[in-house]
Ligand binder design. Sequence first.
Ligand code: UD2
Length: 314
Amino acid sequence: MPALPIVVVTGGAGFIGSHTVDRLMESGHRVVVLDNFSTGKRANLARWADNPALHVVTCDVAHGIFAALAPITKQHGPVERIVHLAAQVSVVASIANPLVDMQVNYGGTLHVMEYARATGVKKVAFASSAAVYGDVTELPVREDIHCQPISPYGNHKLASELALDYYASVHNVPTTALRFFNVYGPRQDPSSPYSGVISIFTDRARAGKTLTIFGDGSQTRDFVYVGDVVRAILAAAGDGNSRLIANVGTGGETSVLELARAVNELCGNRSTIEHAPSRAGEILKSRARVDRLRDQLGVVAQTALHDGLKATLA
Ligand code: UD2
C-alpha cells in the first residue's frame, strides 16, 4: 500500500483544528496534530483515538517542531503539507501581554516556516485574521486595502503573513494565508468572557440564561460556519495559490441583536435579552469581500446562519 500523505495540523485539538482533522482523516491522510493543549482538548479528537493514521503530539509550536516531528517522519516519510492554526487566540490577552502573543503567534509561525523550508514541505496554509485590518470604513473589506491593526494580535498575524510571503518568495515554500472573520460552530469553547459570541449565546440560551448584548446590538459581524472554513483551509493547503491572501467569510453581515433573537428563538425563547455597555475598542461593522475565496480557492460559504446555529445547538 502506498504511504499516506502526511499533513501536520498545528492547533489540531482546537475548535477549527479538530474539524480540519476530521476532514483530513476522512479523505485518507496521515495526520499529525501538534497541540500544547492550553485550549485544545483531546475529546475533540476522540472519534479517531484508535486510528493509527492519527498522531497526537503534545508540543509547543512556539518552541520549535523539528523534535516533535522527527520520530514520525523517520517512520512514515516527510511531511507534505502543514495547516498552521496553533495560536494565542484572544485579542484582549494580546493587549495585556504583547510579548507572549508575539512569541506564540509570530514566533510559532517562524518555527513552522523554518521547518517547511528545511524539509521541503509542499504547502503551508496559515490562519490569519480579520484583525489585521483594524478599523475599516469601506465594506465589504477587501484584502488589498492598507492594513492597520489595532492590537498586538492583529500585528502578529500581519507579521506572520509577511513571514509567509518571505518564505514563499525567497525560499520557494508555497503558502496561502486565510483571514478568518467570525468563525462559529460545534466545539467552540464558550467558557471565556472573550469566547465567540455565538458559543456564549448558544450555551446560555440552551440553559435559559440571560443573553447580554454589549451596546445596542446594532454592531454587525460576518459569521462564518466552521464547516465552510474547513473547506477553505483544505483548498488553501492544496497545490497552487502560493502567496495568496484571502478573506474567509460569507460576504454578509448580521447584527448582534438579530443574532441574539435568532439563538433565543431556536431555544424556545426562554432567555431574556439585556444590554450592557459597549466593549472598548469595538469594531462597529464587519463584512468580508469574498471574491478571492470564490475565484482563487473555489469556495463559497454556503451554510446559512440559521442552519449553522441549529448545527451548533445540536
Ligand atoms: C473577532 C475574533 C477575534 C479577532 C477579531 C478581529 C472571535 C471569537 N473573535 O472578535 O479573534 O479576530 O474578531 O476583529 O471570533 N458580544 C456580545 N455579548 C457577548 C459576547 C460578545 O454582545 O456575550 C458582541 C461583541 O461585543 C461583538 C460581537 O458580539 O460586538 C462579536 O464578539 P466576539 O467576541 O465573538 O468577536 P469579535 O468580533 O469581537
